[in-house]
Design a protein around this ligand. Structure first.
Ligand code: MRU
Length: 352
């Protein structure tokens, strides 16, 4: 597979002693790689969306966590563990909505604790091994999500997607975009409506870039054009990713997802959410429990580095919204398609 095939893109790579990311803030103008060697730089890369998309944020945080704990003194496990919690808190402050960041760190911590009788140098190695395992697993899971979703896609259909959920947002393949890539590969002849995704333009910059490379027919639309297209019968299916899903199916995803879901229901258009099961947060009950990241107003008052609103305009910039479960037709996961009632059907999966 060539390096330019979208499903082969590696947004993040472990290179023996450091991480190499594609700095997504430069795309699509330039493909710039950035080498990250310490936790502070990783925090900055996540915060500034150099690496972004829930699964990719989790993978990056796993390596960032290792970089943070690698520097800690190797005295007693107890004092080491106090510092480990500080590293965790610091990284979690980068972006709060995507569950993947805390999920990955918790999983690494659980593995470390299971080996707490070993020398601290060994526990550090175990942390890195776990981060690498999670990264590899994500690639396999995203491939499976794509394969499982193909059966939902009708031949010759127009699919609408929001934000970027492709290889750039994950270890590889993507979530919602993995379904689209796999449907295209299976000869379904799909065409994609790509919302530009204000204010940071992940759709226009990143999804359009990935789809172009895959030679999948697409049109870029403004976020606000989606309603008209759905009303006119020009959308057969909506598929998006998610940053955190409550056990009842309420879903946090990029701002603008909720209105898409409401208009899809109004027009009898299936609305699917593609996720790895790790996106389900079993520590909460419903969508109201999800913290919504608020970003700088400057992301709205300026465009491409130039001020567009009058000087000193105050702006409010929530990065995500919550789509209530009643608007969601189903979840595409690595274990298959999950239909309502989501609470019962998710529970069954976790009991398996
Ligand atoms: O702010 P971003 O670009 O990190 O937001 C990304 C999204 O909202 C994606 O839809 C979500 O993370 C799912 S990615 C597979």
């Amino acid at each position: 597979m060539s390096d330019d095939t979208p499903t082969a893109i590696q947004s993040i790579e472990w290179r023996g002693d450091h991480v190499r990311i594609i700095d997504q803030t430069y795309l699509p103008k330039r493909k710039v790689y950035s080498d990250i060697r310490d936790m502070g730089r990783m925090w900055e890369a996540i915060k500034k969306l150099r690496i972004r998309g829930a699964p990719a944020i989790g993978i990056a945080a796993g390596y960032g966590f290792y970089m943070g704990i690698k520097e800690l003194p190797e005295s007693s496990f107890q004092s080491f563990w106090v510092e480990v919690q500080r590293v965790e808190e610091y990284l979690q402050s980068a972006r709060p909505t995507a569950v993947n960041l805390e999920w990955v760190i918790n999983r690494i911590k659980t593995t470390m604790q299971a080996h707490k009788d070993k020398p601290i140098s060994k526990i550090k190695e175990i942390a890195l091994e776990t981060a690498r395992t999670i990264h590899d697993e994500d690639k396999r899971i995203c491939k499976k999500i794509g394969e499982n979703g193909v059966k939902l896609v009708k031949k010759n259909s127009n699919i609408l997607t929001h934000c970027n959920t492709g290889s750039l947002a994950t270890g590889q393949y993507g979530t919602a975009l993995s379904v689209i890539f796999h449907a295209h590969k299976a000869g379904k002849k799909v065409s994609v409506w790509v919302t530009e995704t204000r204010p940071l333009m992940q759709g226009a910059r990143l999804t359009a870039w990935e789809l172009k490379q895959a030679e999948i027919p697409m049109h870029l639309i403004t976020d606000s054009a989606a309603g008209l297209l759905m009303q006119r019968g020009e959308v057969d299916m909506v598929i998006v990713g998610a940053d955190r899903v409550a056990p009842n199916g309420d879903t946090a995803n990029k701002i603008g997802t909720y209105p898409l879901a409401v208009v899809a229901k109004e027009n009898d258009i299936p609305f699917y959410v593609a996720i790895p099961l790790s996106t389900i947060d079993n520590n909460i009950d419903h969508g109201d429990d999800i913290e919504i990241e608020e970003r700088e107003g400057e992301e709205i008052t300026s465009f491409n580095g130039s001020q567009i609103a009058p000087k000193k305009t105050e702006a409010y910039n929530p990065a995500y919204d919550i789509t209530p479960n009643k608007y969601i037709t189903g979840f595409v996961t690595e274990k298959g398609i999950i239909e309502p009632p989501f609470d019962k059907n998710f529970e069954k999966l976790f009991d398996e």
